[in-house]
Ligand binder design. Structure first.
Ligand SMILES: [Cu+2]
Length: 317
């Protein structure tokens, strides 16, 4: 932004009241136009522009706050952009070459230098301020979340443990385990705060549900990555993925997040605790027993596609 602003410097700094008024008008026009755009389109401005490249359809308050921050930043960037482009084109037209006479050379224009030093600092400060606020909000954890789930990643599937408390010392009350044949379905309630505690059995994986607009790496060893969502706002089935290249079958590490009503969730958990399988428990609350958003991958590991030429490689036969 400093570089852009400096483009106006040689020509725009002549001490002419008329020209000063022109620049002021142009600035007012640019900012006014941006403000008008925001007012006219309101909350739909993000939607109208496809979220400016940001995924839409977040289902948590945190996701919506991140989305709003992105949209506001884009609008601010566009407003600054329109202002700068306006100045550039104004200079191109206003100070185009008219003859061979050397134009007035102006430098050390203090107000102008002050402006293009302070303005970028102000812009960055405002962006930083709101980013820090949203980030703090998104990574905040609480003492007593309503639901705590332990996410266990391993090559190449997931286990979800419903816990009776927080941390390593809490107990698992019920568990959902994914296999090569059955996609694990993580059932969670709407309207309750949920804490995810992540741990890996082998390598680094990453727990990612696109609709949370959030992903976090799952580490092996003593690191226990934790994050929380203050609520899930929309019932439904959402595909979840591993977002960290973790080995040959990384792409097979899909799961499903099934968001149900709190009543159904309580029934599901009770059914699981009483020894029912995940599929039976899902059926008992009137939900589809198997994942709806993804299906098990075909590993195609059979003798039909087995490469016999490589059979002896390293086998010592
Ligand atoms: Cu993985």
């Amino acid at each position: 932004m400093v570089a852009r602003s400096s483009e106006v410097r040689p020509s725009a700094v002549r001490h002419s009241a008329r020209r000063g008024r022109g620049a002021g008008r142009l600035a007012g026009l640019g900012l006014g136009g941006a403000a008008l755009l925001v007012l006219l389109t309101g909350c739909d401005v993000g939607k109208a522009f496809g979220g400016f490249g940001w995924p839409q359809g977040g289902i948590t308050p945190e996701a919506n706050r991140m989305y709003d921050l992105w949209i506001a930043s884009c609008i601010a960037a566009l407003a600054v952009g329109v202002f700068v482009w306006g100045l550039i084109f104004w200079c191109v037209v206003r100070y185009r070459k008219r003859g061979n006479e050397l134009p007035v050379q102006t430098r050390y224009n203090l107000p102008m230098e002050f402006l293009y030093t302070i303005a970028p600092i102000l812009i960055v400060s405002v962006l930083f301020y709101y980013t820090a606020i949203v980030q703090t909000d998104v990574v905040r954890t609480t003492k007593n979340p309503d639901v705590t789930v332990e996410v266990v990643a391993f090559k190449w599937n997931w286990q979800f443990n419903y816990r009776d408390g927080q941390g390593r010392d809490a107990n698992t009350e019920a568990s959902v385990l994914g296999t090569s044949e059955v996609i694990p379905v993580l059932v969670l309630p709407t309207g309750r705060s949920i804490r995810f505690e992540e741990t890996s059995r082998d390598v680094i994986h990453s727990f990612w549900v696109p609709e949370l607009l959030f992903k976090r790496d799952v580490f092996p060893g003593s690191v226990r990555n934790v994050f929380e969502v203050s609520s899930l706002d929309q019932e439904g089935a959402y595909v979840g993925r591993c977002a960290e290249l973790c080995g040959s079958y990384h792409a097979f590490m899909n799961f499903e997040l099934r968001v149900v009503s709190p009543e159904k969730y309580d029934q599901f958990l009770a059914a699981k605790k009483s020894g029912k399988s995940t599929q039976e428990a899902l059926e008992s609350i009137g939900e589809e027993p198997y994942a709806q958003t993804t299906k098990p991958f075909d590993t195609r590991r059979s003798t039909a596609n087995f490469n016999p030429d490589a059979a002896t490689a390293g086998a010592g036969k």
